[in-house]
Design a protein around this ligand. Structure first.
Ligand code: HXC
Length: 275
């Protein structure tokens, strides 16, 4: 797909599919979440980016919307409900509403469970799972008013047993459960709650941190599609999930992993494909 000037792909969606919508994106300063922000801005939305580092948010917002009209960042740690609440209030006041919440803030590192400290486990659960609940709960009234959408960023580790990933695996599995339970409770308010579980995404911090050294080519070759996904592809799927085209989808976490987490993929697939 050919990128447009802000790096969003030439999309199959109408450029005004999110016209006038306001999206809050936690962790929106980089990686998958910045890719989602690009897709949303390219389709008419304004985005409020929230993460810990203001300078990173400012740089991302300037890239997304050079005149500042459609993107702005507010620094807050999603673990700190008071600070997060203040950032959400400021964003809602600035842009006038919250129609979409993307819970993307996440922490991760490779660590064997036997060497992971209790605080290391707790830290990832607090950023991913507690942070997702905090933002979603704090946006409830505004999402109710807009009959909005929550999009939770999950990962295949949520359902695929993965070595060195007990902490994000547990955190993301809990997020998928939040997606289901909140969809059930909040459907009556017109709020949809959906998730997206990407496989490996090229060029992201997560990929850099999680790829065992020297393994990238080997892993790519073992993937059914022979490649990882891109932030642009995830942005397109996110657009679909928050758009009216997905109006009857709620409680669902869409796996976007090129079948990499299917039981038959990986080493066995690689070993048999030449037969
Ligand atoms: C072992 C580690 C560690 C590491 C941190 N800890 N990094 N343990 N190996 N590499 C432990 C620390 O020792 C400490 O426990 C505890 O975690 C808290 O560490 P702090 O540095 O004090 O916490 P904090 O400053 O809050 O930040 C930690 C962090 C951060 C959030 C984990 O380092 C981080 O993740 N940054 C990357 C953000 C990122 O890349 N996000 C995208 C993730 S990718 P002790 O016991 O020593 O006090 C992604 C996609 C894949 O999510 C998803 C897969 C499911």
């Amino acid at each position: 797909m050919t990128p447009d000037p802000i790096g969003a792909p030439m999309s199959i969606f109408k450029p005004d599919v999110l016209a006038g919508k306001v999206a809050v994106i936690t962790g929106g300063g980089s990686g998958i979440n910045l890719g989602i922000a690009k897709a949303f801005v390219a389709h008419g939305a304004s985005v409020a980016l929230i993460s810990r580092t203001q300078s990173k948010l400012d740089a991302a917002a300037a890239e997304l919307s050079p005149d500042g009209a459609h993107a702005r960042g507010w620094a807050a740690d999603v673990r700190d409900a008071d600070a997060l609440g203040a950032a959400l209030d400021a964003a809602a006041e600035h842009f006038g509403a919250i129609d979409i919440l993307v819970n993307g803030a996440a922490g991760n590192f490779l660590a064997p469970a036997a060497a992971l400290s209790p605080n290391g486990f707790k830290t990832v659960i607090e950023i991913d799972t507690v942070g997702t609940f905090n933002a979603t709960r704090l946006c409830f009234e505004r999402l109710k008013a807009s009959r909005g959408v929550v999009l939770n960023v999950s990962a295949t580790q949520a359902f695929m047993p993965t070595p060195l990933q007990v902490h994000p695996g547990a955190a993301k599995a809990a997020i998928d459960k939040l997606t289901q339970d909140l969809a059930l409770e909040w459907g009556a308010f017109g709020i949809r709650v959906v998730g997206i579980a990407p496989g490996g995404v090229e060029g992201t911090e997560g990929m850099k941190r999680l790829m065992p050294p020297g393994m990238e080519e080997k892993m790519r070759a073992a993937l059914p599609l022979g490649r990882f996904t891109t932030t642009e592809e995830i942005g397109e799927v996110a657009l679909f999930l928050v758009s009216p085209a997905a109006g009857y989808i709620t409680g669902t976490t869409l796996v976007v992993d090129g079948a990499s987490a299917m039981p038959i993929s990986g080493v066995f697939w690689q070993a048999t494909r030449a037969l």
